[in-house]
Design a protein around this ligand. Structure first.
Ligand code: ZN
Length: 408
């Protein structure tokens, strides 16, 4: 290791103080608060490290498209360490956090350092990682190590509401550069290489309502829904046999999934034959699946059902869809990341697909080799008493410093 072996361990104070400063700016989303203050804070830190910075404000037309009409202006910060190399390693972190309940043992927006942990909303998801990335750059700077690759950082809002108005916007508009990218993902000895896709649908079964005493005058949408659900269960059974060839941290998650009835709705009164019954579908796709095919599989069953039962009508509306994401393989990049992780974790590194999505998918969809790796604590993202472990901050910084100093 070219980095003074103990530098990161001996200078922990930097990362702890930096993270405390970040936690104490409550960038709560929704609605998205204090973004300007956060970006100014980060801009100052980046400049102290010798990076050049620029800001991008997500325009109204993009905000309108995704229904954002409250909260701060959406600002992203991009910071460059340009050493005149050919390629760019881009490291992204989101700075927004989910709201906190009143069930915390400590003030969620005041960093509390206790027993090797830092408590606070966003400590783990993912302000701790912001601190780790900057700490890695500080370690290189103070150790006078010049990377062999240009480094570009981005700090973006709105990951917690999908990221389309944060990193998604920057990537779509070509405002960031990345030959290799890293963003939120696993930690320790796990590295994420992708995430499942997701398809949400609302199904509406329309029958005909009637008085409960004369049900022959109606068509019971609830009973029809149950017949339809039986057909869909057959599809579910077929789908759940599909397993990705990629590894997943929880092996049981390797299957594609199909969940019905997360939301159900219908009927108005016990003595009325229900005329309309609705239910939801949450379909998760493995990286090998195609979203249009997944839609078609459901649509075919509904078409058949409608042909069979002419006195009722089933309608489907896909309310949300995102194709699966998987990183383009790049042998050299993958090897440097896994070697760095192994050196620090002292274990074999695992490349795994995540069941849920993070902002790294925006790079993956563009065919950029991208890996997810970030600091962690108790895996209490979005819960009360969220924390990050100080060891993880230091280890993650060490991993980043190793990657930054070796990748070219
Ligand atoms: Zn996050």
């Amino acid at each position: 290791m070219r980095i003074a072996a103990d530098y990161l361990k001996n200078n922990k104070k930097y990362v702890i103080n930096l993270l405390a400063g970040l936690i104490e700016i409550p960038t709560i989303n929704p609605p998205g608060e204090n973004y300007e203050e956060m970006v100014s804070f980060l801009e100052r830190e980046c400049r102290l490290l010798g990076l050049t910075t620029r800001k991008y404000v997500t325009p109204d037309r993009v905000l309108d498209k995704f229904g954002i009409n409250a909260g701060s202006r959406r600002i992203s910060l991009v910071a460059d360490l340009d050493i005149g190399a050919e390629k760019v390693l881009h490291i992204n972190s989101h700075y927004d956090v989910v709201p906190a309940t009143d069930k915390w043992d400590t003030d969620p927006f005041k960093a509390v350092v206790k027993a090797g942990r830092i408590y606070g909303r966003g400590s783990e998801d993912m302000k701790g990682n912001i601190a780790s990335v900057l700490f890695a750059l500080k370690a290189l700077k103070d150790s006078r190590i010049i990377p062999k690759i240009n480094i570009q950082l981005s700090f973006t809002p709105d990951e917690e509401i999908g990221g389309r108005t944060g990193l998604g916007y920057l990537v779509d508009e070509g405002l960031v550069r990345a030959d290799y990218a890293m963003s939120e993902g696993y930690s320790g000895d796990y590295i994420s290489i992708g995430n499942k896709g997701v398809l949400w649908a609302d199904i509406e079964v329309i029958g005909r309502s009637a008085h409960g005493s004369t049900p022959h005058k109606g068509v019971n949408s609830f009973e029809r829904m149950n017949l339809l659900v039986n057909e869909l269960v057959k599809l579910k059974n077929r789908i759940s046999k599909r397993k990705t060839r990629y590894s997943m941290r929880d092996a049981a998650s390797r299957s594609a999934t199909f969940v019905m009835g997360g939301m159900t709705q219908g009927g108005i009164k016990a003595n009325v034959v229900p005329g309309v019954t609705r239910f939801s579908i949450d379909r998760r796709l493995i990286p090998e699946e195609n979203i249009n095919k997944a839609k078609e599989e459901i649509a075919v069953i509904i078409k058949k059902f409608n042909r069979r039962y002419k006195d009722s009508k089933v309608r489907i509306r896909f309310s949300s869809q995102e194709k699966p994401a998987i990183s383009r393989k790049d042998t050299a990049f993958f090897k440097i990341v896994s070697d760095s992780v192994e050196k620090v974790a002292g274990k074999r590194a695992n490349f795994s697909v995540m069941p849920g999505a993070t902002d790294m998918r925006y790079f993956m969809w563009k065919g950029i080799p991208a890996l997810g790796y970030s600091a962690s604590g108790g895996e209490k993202w979005h819960s009360d008493n969220e924390f990050v472990s100080i060891d993880s901050l230091v280890d993650t910084s060490t991993v980043f410093a190793l990657i930054m100093s070796q990748l070219s």
